[in-house]
Design a binder for this molecule. Structure first.
Ligand SMILES: Cc1ncc(COP(=O)(O)O)c(C=O)c1O
Length: 449
């Protein structure tokens, strides 16, 4: 394997000759090891994983107990197909998850990634209505902006213009009515009331479900609605016979300081909860959905099977990783840790906002935090495409990984950085993140790293 020569600023350690289909034409460091909140590349450079990859590595890197649980499971039973067997590890995990999330009677449908999970939720909502003879319902209402995944159904559901536009010919637009994003200037209830007009315009008898991210992730930097929003949203859904799907792929499993972000301010139980990322915290591909007993029973007492499935669904080794990660989340009280370290990080980000005028806003819940970036010169929000990428590059050169994004304003304009280190991060490590961000904001503003 041939390697490029490293440069001092940001060692390009990706091989020059490779058969890997990379995500983009940029040069990637070669990651070789992870421990705690840190990743190490082949040149020995250390990176603080300030975004847990893409908000995935909730329990930190290099946990021997998770690796051990996966190895033991692989030795005992590596694979069974979901059409032929269930397994002890899947049975135990589903019960533990329902208890942890306080979703009694809910059923866990396991898949390998968030897109498969939202895709499953979309299809389950459609089938649920069809089983009841309500075959006219198929539309899924989502918000602009939003991100629910990259597979065609999940992408069609997503309100992210730049990621969708190429594939529009493959999408039936009327199937995915869009509602506006949360507006923090409104009360939660008034904000949610705006769903009513969207349902009326779509034809409420044709709508199967409303799907929202309780705390928005990649499309709009940790934006969240006010208290009462989700309760009212669910009430309106019920009124129209529509299901509420909470997409907690990014926000769930303690990331926002509670098992489910949808319950941070509201006592609400959605009909379907979608999970991913933090479930197995990156140790194995694991995602899924929790469906209410009413939905499950309707399907099983109707046609008798969910008309959907993936080969690797419920993979025992992935589920064993999930179970071990759940042990850690509970034993180390990582939901509370996310609240405490999140408060520290948010306070630090507010100080950075006071110091760096291109930071227009900081926000978020627990350790799902966002910085909205923009041009301070004209005072206009979101007018600087590329700013987030520049700040992220400057941070990475200084050993801090962040998750930049754009498009929150109109699909193209609108820059932000998502910040979300492992929930196990220490106070000192949060301080280290803030110090690097301070430097990176100054450097990114000048268009250099
Ligand atoms: C809220 C939400 N839903 C779904 C997905 C898709 O998950 P995956 O990338 O694992 O397919 C993501 C990924 O970022 C997400 O943030």
């Amino acid at each position: 394997m041939t390697q490029t020569a490293p440069t001092p600023a940001d060692p390009p350690t990706q091989p020059t000759v490779s058969n890997v289909f990379y995500r983009s034409s940029k040069v990637y460091p070669l990651a070789v090891r992870g421990e705690g909140v840190y990743l190490y590349d082949s040149e020995g450079k250390r990176y603080l994983d300030g975004s847990s990859g893409a908000l995935v590595a909730n329990v930190g890197h290099g946990r021997a107990e998770v690796a051990g649980a996966m190895a033991a499971q692989a030795r005992a039973l590596a694979f069974v197909h979901g059409s032929q067997f269930t397994s002890p590890v899947l049975e135990e995990y589903a019960s533990r998850l329902a208890a942890f999330l306080d979703l009694p009677g809910f059923r866990f449908w396991a898949v390998s990634g968030g897109s498969e999970a939202t895709e499953s939720a979309i299809k389950l909502a459609r089938q649920y209505h069809a089983e009841r003879g309500d075959t006219a319902r198929f539309k899924i209402v989502t918000r602009i902006p939003s991100y629910h995944g990259a597979s065609l159904g999940a992408l069609a559901a997503s309100g992210m213009g730049a990621r969708r536009s190429l594939y529009l010919p493959l999408m039936r637009e009327d199937a995915w009515p869009k509602m506006p994003k949360p507006d923090p200037t409104l009360s939660g209830e008034a904000d949610a009331e705006r769903l009513r007009a969207v349902l009326e315009a779509a034809g409420p008898e044709s709508v199967a479900a409303v799907m929202v991210e309780p705390v928005v992730g990649a499309s709009d930097a940790a934006l969240s609605p006010g208290a009462g929003y989700h309760t009212r949203l669910h009430a309106i859904c019920k009124e129209y016979g529509v299901l509420l799907i909470a997409d907690e792929v990014m926000s769930g499993m303690g990331r926002c300081g509670a098992p489910l972000a949808v319950r941070l301010t509201d006592a609400v139980t959605p009909d379907i909860v979608v999970l991913g990322k933090g479930l197995a915290a990156g140790y194995a591909p694991l995602a899924g959905l929790m469906a209410s007993a009413e939905i499950y029973n309707t399907v099983m007492e109707g046609s008798g099977a969910f008309k959907h499935g993936f080969t690797y669904a419920g993979h025992p080794v992935s589920v064993a990783a999930g179970l071990s990660v759940l042990d850690i989340v509970e034993q180390e009280n990582l939901g509370t840790a996310a609240q405490e370290r999140g408060a520290q990080l948010l306070a630090g980000l507010r100080e950075l906002r006071a110091k760096h005028p291109q930071v227009l806003e900081v926000r978020g819940q627990g350790l799902l935090l966002g910085m909205v970036l923009g041009d301070p010169a004209n005072g206009e929000a979101h007018e600087t495409p590329g700013l987030a990428e520049r700040v992220a590059a400057a941070a990475r050169a200084r050993g801090l990984i962040t998750y930049p994004g754009s498009g929150a304003v109109d699909g193209i304009r609108g820059d932000h950085l998502l910040l979300g280190p492992p929930l196990s991060i220490s106070a000192a490590e949060v301080g280290e993140m803030l110090a690097v961000l301070d430097e990176a904001l100054a450097a990114g503003r000048k268009s250099t790293s």
